[in-house]
Design a protein around this ligand. Sequence first.
Ligand code: DX5
Ligand code: ZN
Length: 219
Amino acid sequence: MYRIAPSILSADFARLGEEVLSVMAAGGDMIHFDVMDNHYVPNLSIGPMVCKAIRPVTKAIIDVHLMVRPIDRIVPDFAKAGANIISFHPEASDHVDRTIELIKEHGCKAGLVLNPATPLSWLDYTLDKLDLVLVMSVNPGFGGQSFIPAALGKLAAVRERILKSGRDIWLEIDGGVKVDNIAEIARAGADTFVAGSAIFETQDYQHTIGAMRAELARV
Ligand code: DX5
Ligand code: ZN
């Protein structure tokens, strides 16, 4: 079972509600919501107010990817704004276990994000509490970057750990996902695919998401 998560970072912000509706009607499975603070990452994007604004527009899962520091203060705001999944970068939290608990206490699923240079050891004492692991295949901060091939080996290694855990943990990939590499990424072990520019920079979202699904069907 594969999930496609369009990243609205590449959407037209002047028509955000409409963009969310079209990308879901075009076959998206969930909305990937990139939060950047110009501090943990060198870019500034959207926050809880925008999450709250799009919540009534769709019933889809809102998958919040926090690229912020500090993290804990903003978690309850996103839960209140209707987020379903909240993922964060362990380097940005002083107490990773506490942040995971905080996200769950607020009724959201919790994800941990591994940057290209972040080792898998962050999963040693966290995996049994996580609902999702997000492997970054670009350095966080901007849409439209190229896929870093080393992420494939990392996906395979995380998939192995997830299988060993026996738990239903989603394995998401984020950065540089396109129609022409999505099958290879699925073969490496991902089940959830963030795609921003690959979808929003095309004219026909349905055609693009359909092409991704056709690639996935061949895996
Ligand atoms: C990057 C973000 C991504 C980004 C992906 O920091 O986390 O979600 O929007 O964009 P594309 O798919 O264009 O690489
Ligand atoms: Zn993201």
